[in-house]
Design a protein. Sequence first.
Length: 207
Amino acid sequence: MTLAPPTANPRKTTTVRQLGAVDIAALRAAVMAIPEAVWDAENARKPNKFEVLGTTRHIVFRFIESPLDWRGDFDCPAWPQWRGLLEPVLAQAVRAYGYAHGTFPRVMLARLPAGGVIHPHIDANPAAKWPHKIHVPLSTNPGVVSCFGGGEHLFPIGEAVEVNNLGPHWVHNGGATDRIHLILEYYDADQPEPDWLEPLLHVDRAR
């Protein structure tokens, strides 16, 4: 059986899309108070252990069950404790889309240390083709350079931005402080699913 290659959601940005300011004060204060031991423990059990992420540490709140399908997700152990702080920020970050039934399949904190590098890569799994990929910076410095959509950017604290995760992208923290972003994926549950999804899942189930 020959499958059509998964194509991107036409609603996703191909460069970067500014989504507006978000009130991150309460969340940022809580994140900056996270003990190093908690960062280490949460990072050790994260499901997204990819070499390209280098020394980036993560605290994962929600994640997908399969790299083929964004519609199946689960709450990680940290979610109940952080939900009250996260949900207002998530809602503000995605308000520009206007979806009546929007869903967050992946939500996490990503902490790139001073001098750290996220190597050039694309998010190649099929589950990355459909949701919007959104960053909300919580801590940064002028030495952080993020390359998305063919351009270099310094994303300001508290400004939500959708990035193109399907093209080559990388980050270098050339500053003296850590760069911490809230990273989320978001999609419209009412949007018709792509033609390629069910055949892909059918072949996977048949293996």
